[in-house]
Design a protein around this ligand. Structure first.
Ligand code: PMP
Length: 377
């Protein structure tokens, strides 16, 4: 099938893989080995990657902590601040990824208090909402840069500015934004990212930590990463993340334009050819390569089964007993039925015009088929 699920994960770019390969075999050294060339070379490779990651964020090298991915980065950011601060109130948004919401639930169990801001039907929150929710005991505000299901981009700059003015830390889960949008850490204290969303390998990511941010360690051990995250460094992964960041930065503007054109083509055609189709999320403040569409009068599960020629997702959390409607779409006031009947199309580096043309005709045919089956049932 045609892969249109780049928000779930991306393939490793062959240039990234090539850069990584020697660090598995000939140059297998431990970056913490100080006594021989194997260690020195690995340490140097890690520092080159650190510079590449810092550069794409407008950060300095010392502010980058390598982790196993965005889930770990989010855990380190939120729990680390919670433990380091005497303030115990946090603010986040209902449409965050589970890797934020579940950490918040955990902090509540530890005695923290969390305010979950409700987005409007476009998926957006306003700076005023954050301003109103701030309290004297607010330690941190965490708002994702771009949503993984809808692509909706939050007004991060203004949110960060309010937090700066009020002396509250600001974290952003930028996993879906880095490599797709110009992301800079200006005004931001903590920022999470993950390599596998930008054509790097899985299981490696980073947390940006602004100099001087109080953060308790979550992974105790040998004191790697300036004591902030222990564990022998994943040198090939780190090298891959660095290369992936560099490549993304080089092509960001052209790729955003190319993908927006393909996405708009897909979206316009589906809206035109399939009656009862609507776009989930703001069409103005949105990632260039995502379209989340709701198809009225369709059994969502049946539609996904019928869509055999494309690989897409519907953002539903499948548990063994039931398929829950997406918490993101629910927070935007969609009915359970419409949330179930929503499909996320996410495009990427290897998506072609032919792919999009084929996807359009397939989706048109399968929505029609599913609707007919639905009526018969
Ligand atoms: N946050 C967001 C917004 C994501 O999209 C993802 C990946 N689905 C994560 C966090 C988790 O990232 P990782 O797989 O690197 O742990």
């Amino acid at each position: 099938p045609i892969y249109l699920d780049y928000n779930a994960t991306t393939p490793v770019d062959s240039r990234v893989l090539e850069t990584m390969l020697p660090w598995f075999t000939e140059q297998f050294g431990n970056a913490a080995s100080r006594t021989h060339l194997y260690g020195w070379e690995a340490a140097e490779a890690v520092e080159i990657a650190r510079r590449q990651v810092a550069r794409i964020l407008g950060a300095t090298e010392k502010e980058i902590v390598f982790t196993s991915g965005a889930t770990e980065s989010n855990n380190l950011a939120l729990t680390g601040v919670f433990e380091a601060s005497s303030k115990k109130h946090f603010i986040t948004v209902q449409t965050e990824h589970k890797a934020i919401l579940d950490v918040c639930a955990y902090l509540e169990k530890l005695g923290g208090e969390v305010t979950y801001l409700a987005p409007d039907t476009d998926g957006l929150i306003t700076p005023q909402q954050v301003s109103d929710a701030l309290r004297p005991d607010t330690a941190l505000v965490s708002v994702m840069w771009a949503n993984n299901e809808t692509g909706v981009i939050q007004p991060i700059r203004e949110l960060a500015r309010i937090c700066n003015e009020r002396g509250v830390l600001f974290h952003s889960d930028a996993t879906q934004a880095v490599g797709k949008l110009p992301v800079s850490v200006e005004g931001i204290d903590l920022l999470s990212l993950s390599a596998h969303k930008l054509y790097g390998p899985k299981g490696i990511g980073a947390l940006y930590v602004r100099k001087g941010t109080p953060l308790n360690i979550q992974m105790h051990g040998g004191g790697h990463e300036r004591g902030r995250r222990s564990g022998t460094l994943n040198v090939p992964g780190i090298v891959g993340l660095g290369k992936a960041a560099e490549l993304a930065q080089q092509t960001l503007t052209q790729e955003a334009e190319r993908l927006a054109a393909l996405r708009d083509q897909l979206e316009t055609q589906l809206l035109q050819q399939i009656p009862g189709t609507r776009v989930n999320g703001s069409r103005i403040s949105r990632l260039p390569q995502v379209s989340n569409l709701a198809f009225e009068a369709v059994d969502g599960e049946a539609l996904l089964i019928n869509l055999t020629r494309i690989a897409v997702s519907n953002g539903s959390a499948c548990t063994s007993a039931s398929v829950l409607p997406s918490h993101v779409l629910k927070a935007m006031d969609l009915s359970d039925d419409l949330a179930h009947a929503s499909v996320r199309f996410s495009l990427g580096r290897y998506t072609t015009e032919e792919n999009i043309a084929e996807a359009i005709s397939h989706v048109v045919a399968m929505v029609a088929k599913t609707r007919t089956d639905f009526l018969v049932m």
